[in-house]
Design a binder for this molecule. Structure first.
Ligand code: ADP
Ligand code: MG
Length: 239
């Protein structure tokens, strides 16, 4: 049994836990990005991270997504501590268990919509080629993009591109989607579509979504809000 499986059977663990996370950038005058952040997030939660510009939202999301390492504290995924994992092991956890959506879509411009969604599956290599294609088509159809499978990202609107990015984040069926201002560069109707697609993922697939947003209308429609000020949690409350 893998250590992850052993811990799973040992008892309840939150899907994601931030445990006393502090990140300080070393410099002549060190910069504290986040300080002593602790919370747990369970399955099928829809969580907003809010706060003023510069309050540490992106820094926190990078730590939660194992893209950056804390100075102190740890991130636990289903009870498994990640501070002792190697870079290769962290990459594998990210690939298998976490989907990312950023403000800018970061789709590969020279690949079709379908290929962009299949690339993470190819990287993981768990599904046979045939199933990868079917799975990508299903994800894209669920997001209302079935007409655009063979288009290039540049041939789509901003909202459509961002929905492709959501489909790509779902490619390996992660338990957790982390999104940093996923609607930050979209107009209001595209914002609504992307928001609804994230909400649907939480409701129908039990996936947890943690999304940084400065859109307070969007945040108020999410079940839980963690508000940061100066790198610390100001409040963490349910709607
Ligand atoms: N590489 C860096 N060098 C220096 N300061 C940084 C760096 N990255 C972030 N910061 C600072 O850390 C703080 C938190 O940044 P960030 O997490 O991006 O905030 P937010 O996403 O809430 O706007 C800000 O004051 C920012 O200027
Ligand atoms: Mg940010």
């Amino acid at each position: 049994m893998s250590s992850l499986a052993a811990q799973k059977t040992a008892g309840f663990s939150a899907l994601l836990e931030a445990r006393n996370l502090t990140r300080i950038l070393p410099a002549v005058v060190p910069v504290t990005l986040v300080e002593d952040i602790s919370f747990e997030v369970g399955e099928a939660e829809f969580v907003a991270i809010t706060g003023p510009s510069g309050s540490g939202k992106s820094s926190l999301l990078y730590l939660l997504g194992l893209l950056d390492r804390p100075t102190r504290g740890d991130v636990l995924i289903r009870g498994t501590k990640t501070d002792e994992l190697s870079s290769a092991e962290l990459s594998q956890v990210r690939l298998e268990q976490i989907g990312f959506v950023f403000q800018f879509h970061f789709l590969l411009p020279e690949f079709s919509v379908l290929d962009n969604v299949m690339i993470p599956m190819q990287k993981l290599g768990k599904l046979p080629q045939r199933d990868q294609l079917d799975h990508a088509k299903t994800l894209l159809a669920d997001l209302g993009l079935e007409e655009f499978l063979h288009r290039l990202p540049a041939q789509l609107s901003g909202g459509q591109r961002q929905r492709v990015a959501v489909a790509r984040a779902l490619a390996n069926t992660p338990d957790l989607i982390l999104a940093d201002e996923p609607t930050g560069s979209l107009d209001s109707s595209a914002t609504e579509q992307v928001f609804e697609s994230l909400q649907k993922i939480v409701e129908t697939q039990n996936t947890t979504v943690v999304a940084v947003t400065h859109d307070l209308d969007i945040a108020s429609r999410m079940e839980r809000r963690i508000h940061l000020v100066d790198g610390r949690i100001d409040y963490d409350r349910h709607r």
